[in-house]
Design a protein around this ligand. Structure first.
Ligand code: SAM
Length: 222
C-alpha cells in the first residue's frame, strides 16, 4: 500500500491533463451539456447505485459536480471524499460544498497514488476524467481504485464514447477532447482495462447522456 498527501497550495504532479480554469468550469459544462449538467450529475450518481450510509470517493472530482450529489445520496451516515490534482478545482469544490452545508473530504491528489488506505470505500466514481490520462495512467489509476475499494465495492465511470462519423458528435467531442490524450479515447476502451485490473461484472450501460456513456463494475468479494 502507498499513500501520499499533497499540499493544498500546490498542484499534484501528474501526466494527466489539468483543466486550469476552475472558475469557468461549471458554466462550460453547462454549455456542453446543453444546460442539463444537473441531469448528467444525477444520472451519474444514480448509476453508481449509492446507498444511504456508504463511503464513496470521486477521483478527478474537479469542482465537485458529482461529489456533492454523491454525498447527498449517501446522507449523514455516509461519507464522501474527492481528489483532484488541481488546487483551484479543489478550492472551488470546497466552496460549493460549504455553501451547500455539506461535509466532504476534498483533497489535492492524483488517481495514480490515492491518499487513502486499502479497502476504504464502497464506491468510487470517475466522471469525465479518464480521457485526461494517458493509457498507462488509466491502468495505474484502475489498480489504485481497486486497492482503495472494499471487497464487493463498485466503480462507476462516466466518460465520452468514441466519436462516430456524425459531425454533431464530432463537434461535441472536439469540445471535450481539449488535449492530446483524448484524441483516440473512447469509454469503450475501459472495460478491457477494468477486467485486466481484476474487476468483475463489468458492464457498459445502455444509458447515454449526449456523447457520455457509463461503465460499472465490481471488485470481487473474495
Ligand atoms: C473534465 S474535469 C472533470 C471534473 C469532474 N469529475 C466533473 O465531472 O465535472 C477532469 C478532471 O480530471 C483531473 N485530473 C487530471 N489528471 C488527473 C489525475 N492524474 N488524477 C486525478 N484527477 C486528474 C483534472 O484536474 C480535472 O479536474
Amino acid at each position: 500500500m502507498h499513500t501520499h498527501t499533497h499540499s493544498p497550495e500546490s498542484a499534484a504532479s501528474t501526466e494527466g491533463h489539468l483543466v486550469k480554469w476552475a472558475s469557468f468550469y461549471d458554466g462550460l459544462v453547462n454549455i456542453m451539456t446543453l444546460g442539463q449538467a444537473r441531469r448528467l450529475r444525477f444520472m451519474t450518481v444514480n448509476h453508481a447505485l449509492l446507498q444511504s450510509g456508504e463511503t464513496a470517493l470521486d477521483v478527478g472530482c474537479g469542482t465537485g459536480g458529482v461529489t456533492i450529489p454523491a454525498k447527498q445520496q449517501v446522507g449523514n451516515n455516509g461519507s464522501v471524499a474527492g481528489i483532484d490534482p488541481d488546487p483551484e478545482m479543489i478550492a472551488a469544490a470546497r466552496r460549493k460544498a460549504q455553501q451547500a452545508g455539506i461535509e466532504i473530504d476534498f483533497r489535492v491528489g492524483v488517481i495514480e497514488s490515492l491518499p487513502f488506505s486499502d479497502a476504504t470505500f464502497n464506491v468510487v466514481t470517475s466522471s469525465l476524467m479518464m480521457h485526461h490520462l494517458p493509457e498507462h495512467l488509466q491502468v495505474e489509476g484502475l489498480a489504485e481504485i481497486w486497492r482503495v475499494l472494499k471487497p464487493g465495492g463498485r466503480i462507476l465511470i462516466a466518460d465520452v464514447v468514441r466519436p462516430s462519423t456524425s459531425s454533431f458528435k464530432r463537434f461535441f467531442t472536439s469540445l471535450l477532447f481539449h488535449h492530446g490524450h483524448g484524441v483516440q479515447f473512447g469509454i469503450e476502451d475501459l472495460p478491457k482495462l477494468m477486467r485486466q485490473a481484476g474487476f468483475e461484472k463489468v458492464e457498459q450501460l445502455d444509458a447515454r447522456f449526449l456523447i457520455i456513456g457509463f461503465v460499472r463494475a465490481s471488485k470481487p468479494v473474495v
